[in-house]
Design a protein around this ligand. Structure first.
Ligand code: BES
Ligand code: MN
Ligand code: ZN
Length: 485
């Protein structure tokens, strides 16, 4: 399926066979005379008498060719309501053969200047599909012609929305790729290609990581025939040396669990264990595309957690980049090991204003919050509030979970400075976060987002049709837009 959206100033009347028209919250048809004949209008009015007017959308087949979709603009719509409305329209036009729709701009009854942009943004996000590996591709085009004069903000916003869509789609593409294709070597290669957008990309391979002493990260990847990497992506939108905002992502390209092997049922989803890194990468791409006026850095740890004669064993002790030693009691608690080194490194090298990490870190967060909220763990109330507010606005919601020093004893080890799991059990997501906090050495404001329940959606959500969601890209973009630009 290909989606084409054209903006046109005028159009000849007889071609308007599939029309999308906006009406008010009560489906008032007074203003529609300009677009449809009076007989068609009375036909619609008749049906409306018995229709459920609480709906957002009603569809009228006027004859075998002519179709009218009325989109009801309810009172006090929030931005994401408008996005959802666009997505809902997509649900209704996404079937059958090639089709062409017309949307009239001059009938929008909203006081939101960006209405049409948000509407189309939602529609486009919903239209994403990943069919790269289908040998038979659906050869079909949906064309949407938006007719009428766009206002100034709408034209100015165009680049911003496009940047956000491309960033989100890039994140979804990366998450959707299977483990045999997007292994760490390939992933690093794709990231080096981001230089063409003006990002400064640095790739640290095994050899460099060994020199730096990132043994926590390296230990996770050592059983793989692929390399392990830390990749940094810098965006210097301010063209000065002011402190960057830092985003850190877990990029476990496949998580078998290692010797603490996962059962088959839990392993099959583990191609998306790099979704945290994909969100960071998607965000960085968006920032570069829209030339954001901020300094930011994205840091991702790319590894594959495999079983082999060279893989890490339960009981192994490694010395992390921070100098602290870790006893690996469970090789399946690998994300925190990758992030531990990535966080210490990011803090030391970039001296950021804050660090936000994203990771599909624990199954326990799915037990706690399901697929509605990502878990938020933070040492900073202000950053937490900013994140939660941004999340509410784009419907990528966050629920704050506790960190507390009393949890520390659960990860203290007899043989090393700490162990990578809590053997007493309970609070699995908090102890993982508490573990990572130990690797922030200079008290930099930090937030950890556990997105295990959010990165992938079997049945689809408001703005995705199932599969990779790209969770985090729009959230972090909103955080930046609202507070740091
Ligand atoms: N990648 C998993 C967490 C996960 C589970 C993500 C389900 C998405 C869906 C992580 O590496 C992991 O295996 N965590 C363990 C930790 C445990 C060994 C302490 C878990 O959650 O079971
Ligand atoms: Mn694991
Ligand atoms: Zn994992």
């Amino acid at each position: 399926m290909t989606l084409k959206i054209n903006f046109k100033n005028t159009v000849s009347k007889k071609s308007l066979v599939k029309l999308v028209l906006f009406v008010d919250d009560k489906f008032n048809t007074n203003r529609l005379k300009r677009y449809i004949s009076s007989s068609e209008l009375s036909y619609i009015a008749d049906i409306l008498k018995t229709s459920d007017l609480n709906k957002n959308l009603l569809i009228f087949e006027l004859n075998s060719k002519k179709k009218v979709i009325l989109v009801s603009i309810k009172k006090n719509l929030k931005t994401f309501d408008i996005e959802n409305l666009g997505a809902e329209l997509y649900g209704h036009i996404n079937h059958g053969k090639n089709s062409e729709y017309f949307i009239n701009l001059d009938n929008i009854l909203s006081n939101n200047d960006n209405f049409i942009d948000n509407f189309l943004h939602g529609l486009k996000l919903k239209s994403y599909e990943f069919n790269k590996y289908k040998s038979k591709k659906e050869n079909r085009t949906i064309t949407i012609n938006v007719i009428g004069k766009r206002n100034k903000t709408s034209i100015q916003n165009q680049l911003k929305f496009k940047a956000l869509e491309e960033g989100t789609f890039f994140a979804r593409d990366l998450v959707s790729e299977p483990g045999n294709i997007l292994h760490p070597d390939e992933y690093a290669k794709r990231l080096s290609a981001l230089r063409k957008y003006g990002l400064k990309v640095n790739i640290y391979d095994d050899k460099k990581l060994k020199k730096l002493g990132m043994n926590a990260l390296l230990g996770v990847g050592q059983g793989s025939v692929r390399g392990s990497y830390l990749v940094t992506m810098e965006w210097n939108g301010l063209r000065n040396n002011s402190k960057p905002l830092a985003f850190v992502g877990k990029g476990v390209c496949f998580d078998t669990g290692g010797y603490s092997l996962k059962p088959a049922k839990f392993m099959e989803d583990m191609t998306y264990d790099m979704a945290g890194s994909a969100a960071v990468v998607g965000l960085m791409k968006s920032l570069a595309l829209r030339k954001a006026k901020i300094n930011a850095v994205g840091v991702v740890g790319l590894v594959e957690n495999m079983v082999s004669g060279n893989a890490q064993r339960p009981g192994d002790i490694v010395k992390s980049y921070s100098g602290k030693t870790i006893e690996i009691l469970n090789t399946d608690a690998e994300g925190r090991l990758v992030l531990a080194d990535a966080l210490t490194f990011t803090e030391e090298k970039f001296k950021p204003k804050f660090m936000i990490d994203l990771a599909t870190l624990t199954g326990a967060i799915i037990v706690s919050l399901g697929s509605e909220y990502a878990g938020l763990f933070s040492n900073d109330d202000k950053l937490s509030k900013q994140l939660q507010n941004a999340g509410e606005k784009v419907e990528e919601k966050l629920w704050r979970m506790p960190l507390h020093k009393n949890y520390d004893k659960l990860i203290n080890s007899k043989n090393a400075d700490m162990q990578n799991i809590n053997y007493v059990g309970g609070a699995g997501s908090t102890t993982a976060a508490q573990f990572m906090q130990r690797f922030i050495l200079k008290k930099t404001p930090w937030a950890h987002l556990d997105i295990a329940g959010m990165a992938f959606s079997k049945y689809g959500g408001a703005l995705n049709s199932g599969g990779a969601t790209g969770f985090g890209v729009r959230l972090l973009n909103k955080l930046i837009e609202d507070n740091y630009e």
